[in-house]
Design a protein around this ligand. Structure first.
Ligand SMILES: Cc1ncc(C[n+]2csc(CCOP(=O)(O)OP(=O)(O)O)c2C)c(N)n1
Ligand SMILES: [Mg+2]
Length: 729
């Protein structure tokens, strides 16, 4: 017999015999009605676990990670409000079921069974993934990546205080709400989790509001690896800025009382707390896992003897809330009800085609209040003497700074966050004066942790803000990349677009800083960003474009709820001249705030027909230099700045090279996995024009005199263009 069946039989037998496990007396504020409600949620959790296994065995269900042993989480839900956003551990069916009792109009068993069946009727993911989650219950769906939801829980908690002072148009959380996130004991060790605890503590330590309840469900094991005895208490009981609470998760009275205390502490003091719920895991990690292969049978049976539902039956009986006979009847009724509903759920439609699966990769647009932009007085006050400087052309970093200023004036929901973005104004001065202009709560000097920075953005977006996190250098995105790849980008997919985290992530990157910094300050690889479904990657090549593209990126995030990465070529921030010293050819006038470059529109310089140079970023700058030299050679070239690196503006690119005899792709990213691969494929598939590419080597970047040796230079472009045009290839 499998362990799920054994636990079930034990329950029936022991309740009938009155052979219930010993434990403390029921105590605390839990009312009888509430205890019964929590017990019902536990029974439903148990029945769903068993049914999910039966469905899988019948080839009709696809998910068996259970919540059995963790039924006490229903008592945690009862201690919270449904408006407290909850980022849940995958074992928290009981939490979600109990929360459903707090919100009218829910059909939780039906909803969960639809998700086990991967039916397209599943209200949270539409059959895309088995996730807990519900819009009505304020439970955003989670990925399977353990702990990756904790950084955004910190962000969502931070957002509540800020939203009280600067309410964003799309605010979702009430001022008195708190945020809850839960995770397992093994997950608590993950560096992502540790980063989130630290970020919450670091924030609270400075007396900044951080109403966040961490809930650790300690069943003593992660798949097959035991957590050292006492480890969670030893490492969390005494951390600065984090109040520790502990309860017995097998006892719904104790769990409810302690969770109430913890929630009250967080709600009143606006400080984070850590609730340690000691629990057990019944029948292994998931359906396919055989705990007997790594645990002694006696140990497994000892745990099974401590079934939390048996504890609840005893406790409720002692409290006079419910007799064991009544408890047994509820258990049986629930089983039968779930079986009936499951029989119906498996008949519901499932996703079939790629188009159906992909329907929600891109979030839906949302209505936004129209804005006429800032008043002249507001601009005068914010810009001060910069207004005069607008009369003359400026370098790119300054134009981005002005664009950010205008955008922040126009949209109160924009907040910037990153390392050194505030007081210092960024490593390259791009965010200078913004903290003075908009205050510390909208221009946030964060701690040094990229996961925390992106998590802050994702979480704040859950509460209606339009975050613009900054990653100081492209190479430092990689340690935190999952916050974009696994978390932010998947959210609309997992939730049918019901939850979104629109934001514009600014990243300073790419190479060509003359001899400064070496590889980590000149990272020239964007492959990790280009294959993320739904993510928009923009890369300007000059200041005027940067300002107009940034406005479009903010519009895309604000109105279309898109996840956008704005890649700023560092080497072009201070660039003044184009062809010769003093020509000022790369300085631009600040475009009027009404001007945008629409998503997918490419830039074009010249309309020569001998050659089209297809490029972006620094490549545009170098190709413009090459273009002039080629002209002297009698080669008439046009330079096309593709601007949008993902998704590629395919139509616009094909149109822009039309009528040209040859196309040269100039790509400063690596030969392998670089943008040129996609451009070459596009030209092959969609045009008859002969084409070639000039790319960076598959190398890291050197510091010192060889800084540019592995990337295309203007000389290289000229040589490659001559070869291509004259070689008749
Ligand atoms: C980042 C990451 N690494 C590995 C896994 C595979 N994995 C799934 S659950 C799990 C164990 C988690 O144990 P714990 O946090 O104690 O939760 P429990 O399952 O015991 O409730 C592991 C290693 C994962 N999902 N995510
Ligand atoms: Mg565990």
């Amino acid at each position: 017999m499998d362990r799920a069946a054994i636990v079930h039989e034990n329950f029936l037998r022991r309740v009938a015999e009155g052979n219930l496990p010993k434990g403390g007396a029921p105590g605390g504020p839990l009312s009888s009605a509430e205890a019964v409600s929590i017990y019902r949620s536990g029974c439903l959790t148990r029945a769903l676990d068993r049914t999910s296994r039966a469905m899988q065995a019948a080839g009709q269900g696809y998910y068996t990670i259970g919540s059995s042993g963790h039924e006490g989480m229903a008592a945690v839900a009862a201690a919270l409000r449904p408006t407290d956003m909850a980022f849940l551990h995958y074992r928290d069916a009981a939490f979600q079921i109990q929360r459903a009792t707090q919100v009218p109009g829910q059909s939780i068993a039906w909803d969960m069974l639809l998700s086990f069946a991967c039916s397209s009727d599943d209200p949270i993911s539409g059959g895309r993934h088995k996730v807990l989650g519900s819009k009505a219950l304020n439970i955003p769906p989670q990925t399977s990546t353990i702990a990756s939801h904790l950084p955004k829980a910190v962000g969502a908690a931070y957002s509540i205080g800020l939203a009280k002072r600067h309410p964003p148009e799309h605010k979702t959380l009430p001022d008195e709400a708190i945020v809850m996130c839960s995770f397992g004991d093994a997950s608590a060790n993950h560096s992502t989790a540790q980063g989130a605890f630290n970020a919450a503590q670091w924030t609270a330590y400075q007396s900044v509001p951080m109403p966040l309840l961490f809930v650790c469900e300690d069943n003593g094991i992660g798949i097959s690896t035991k957590t050292p005895e006492g480890w969670i208490a030893a490492t969390f009981a005494d951390r600065p800025g984090l109040r520790y609470f502990a309860c017995d998760g097998l006892d719904i009275y104790d769990t409810y009382r302690t969770a109430r205390e913890a929630a009250d502490f967080v709600r009143k003091r606006r400080k984070p707390a850590f609730l340690h719920v000691r629990t057990i895991r019944l029948y292994g990690h998931a359906g396919a896992d055989m705990p007997t292969s790594y645990m002694a049978r006696e140990e497994i049976e000892r745990e099974e003897a401590n079934d939390p539902l048996l504890h609840s039956v005893r406790l409720m009986s002692e409290a006079g809330a419910l007799t064991p006979e009544q408890a047994l009847a509820i258990y049986r009724d629930t089983e039968q009800r779930v079986e009936r509903i499951a029989a119906e759920a498996v008949t519901r439609p499932r996703l079939k085609t790629a188009a159906e699966v992909m329907e929600h990769l891109i979030p839906p647009p949302r209505p936004c209040r129209p804005t006429n932009g800032p008043t002249a007085e507001a601009r005068e006050q914010a810009f001060g003497s910069d207004l005069k400087a607008m009369a003359s052309p400026q370098i790119m970093s300054r134009l981005i700074n002005w664009a950010l200023t205008d955008l922040m004036l126009a949209h109160g929901e924009i907040a910037l966050m990153g390392e050194d973005v505030g007081r210092k104004g960024g490593v390259y001065g791009v965010t200078q004066k913004l903290m003075t202009r908009f205050g510390r709560s909208r221009v946030i000097d964060t701690l040094l942790d990229e996961q925390a920075i992106l998590g802050l953005g994702v979480g704040m977006a859950h509460n209606g803000f339009l975050p613009m996190p900054e990653i100081q250098f492209l190479a430092y995105l990689h340690n935190a990349e999952d916050q974009l790849r696994g978390e932010a980008a998947t959210l609309p997919f997992f939730s049918k677009g019901q939850f979104t985290n629109p934001m514009v992530v600014r990243i300073a990157g790419l190479g060509y800083q003359k001899g400064f910094g070496g590889h980590f300050h000149n990272d020239n690889s964007v492959a990790v960003l280009r294959d993320i479904p739904g993510l928009i990657l923009a890369c300007p090549s000059n200041g005027a474009d940067a300002a107009m593209m940034l406005r479009e990126c903010v519009r895309l995030a604000r109105e279309e709820q898109r996840l956008v990465v704005f890649l700023e070529p560092i080497a072009l921030y201070p660039m003044r001249d184009l062809h010769e010293a003093g020509d000022g050819g790369w300085m631009m006038h600040y475009p009027d705030p009404s001007q945008h470059i629409p998503f997918g529109e490419v830039g074009r310089h010249g309309d020569g027909k001998d050659l089209a140079i297809l490029t972006f970023g620094n490549g545009t700058y170098l190709s413009r230099q090459a273009q002039k030299r080629l002209e002297d050679d009698g080669i008439d070239a046009r330079v096309i700045d593709i601007r949008w690196l993902s998704p590629l503006p395919e139509q616009a690119i094909v149109a822009a090279v039309e009528g040209c005899r040859k196309v040269l792709v100039v790509d400063e990213t690596r030969r392998t996995g670089g943008v040129a691969e996609a451009l070459m494929a596009l030209l092959t598939e969609r045009t008859d024009v002969p084409h070639a590419r000039l790319t960076a080597e598959d190398s890291f970047i050197a510091t010192g005199p060889a800084y540019g040796a592995t990337m295309p230079s203007a000389d290289d472009i000229v040589a490659a263009a001559r070869d291509l045009v004259r070689g008749g290839k």
